[in-house]
Design a protein around this ligand. Sequence first.
Ligand SMILES: Nc1ncnc2c1ncn2[C@@H]1O[C@H](COP(=O)(O)OP(=O)(O)OP(=O)(O)O)[C@@H](O)[C@H]1O
Length: 363
Amino acid sequence: MTDPVPAIELKNICKAYGALRVIDDVSLTIDRGVFITLLGPSGCGKSTLLRSIVGLAEPDSGTILVDGKDITNAAAHNRPVKMVFQDYALFPHMTVAQNIGFGCEMQGMEKSAIARRSTELLELIRLPDIANRYPDALSGGQRQRVALARALAPDPAALLLDEPLGALDLKLRQDMQRELKAIQRRTGKTFVFVTHDQQEAMSMSDLVAVMNKGRIEQLDSPENIYANPATLFIADFVGATNLFEAKVEAKDGDHLTLSVGDARWRVPAARVTSQRKPEEGEAVSVVIRPEAFDIGAGRRKNGIELSGRVTDQTYLGDRVHLNVDTADGRSLLVDVRPPVAIGEGAEIKLHCRADNLAIIADR
Ligand SMILES: Nc1ncnc2c1ncn2[C@@H]1O[C@H](COP(=O)(O)OP(=O)(O)OP(=O)(O)O)[C@@H](O)[C@H]1O
């Protein structure tokens, strides 16, 4: 059996504005039906990459294929992809149904077929009764759903979404995240989503491409991005992190001995999550997420132990957040499940299982 043709293939895309390299040799294959998110801080090039696919930005070099066809030089209106923007961009003088039908009309679809498609999409976005309203009579969330329906109407090969929920307040934003994901599942369309919000990326996507300075640093499932960060930038950008500077003292079989301050940690070599594996004597970083700690360690064979003093404690319903200062001057973030019977100022022991930490060789 031959592999199905990917929805989108980017090959060696480069783009600079003057001396600024905004996209630096990005290659990316996106399979059909996948919800992928380009995640990264402001200015990392994610919008430019998305705009290159839809034809609103012109790469300096590289190739873009959609459904196996080279569209690198095709005009934006001839590309079989559609974009949804943060500011909706609905036509104010057209009704909702006319807005949704616009793309189909441009394709020369028959009036009755357009009406059917419009009704079908209003059902999909769960707003069957607003066909005759104008955009200014809709809420922000409703407008964004209509914008989504309008982009889906001509049955594009992929939908590109540039921070589409950025203008919505938090509650509505979370509702729309669920709604978007449900619509993607129901339609089976390829969605390429752009956001700088890691929670949004993690909660919706099958795959996340984390971008930094015009490059994709890791393409992986949300779970792997969080648990197995490939770079220090990713460990820091995605989720809260305790970072320890360490040195590889010895490698024996499938374990490493790290020196961390005055301590020695024996850890599985399999927990090196960067692509490059460190040599003996090399400086590395150890990442421990706040929820990877247990309190009151006792004697356990596997893992590392730390002790410190609780300086602050915040109850957050599902967890208790502790700030713990260690004797060697570190300030740790620790999340544990309630109930927690320790007061501020208490001396505690912390334990982290060796398979719950990540070692990164990119210092
Ligand atoms: N038309 C342009 N002319 C000059 N510089 C540009 C242009 N478009 C984008 N840039 C610059 O390219 C860089 C990447 O911009 P881009 O919009 O792709 O980033 P982003 O990751 O999407 O950020 P944000 O989340 O803030 O939108 C930024 O430094 C931006 O200022």
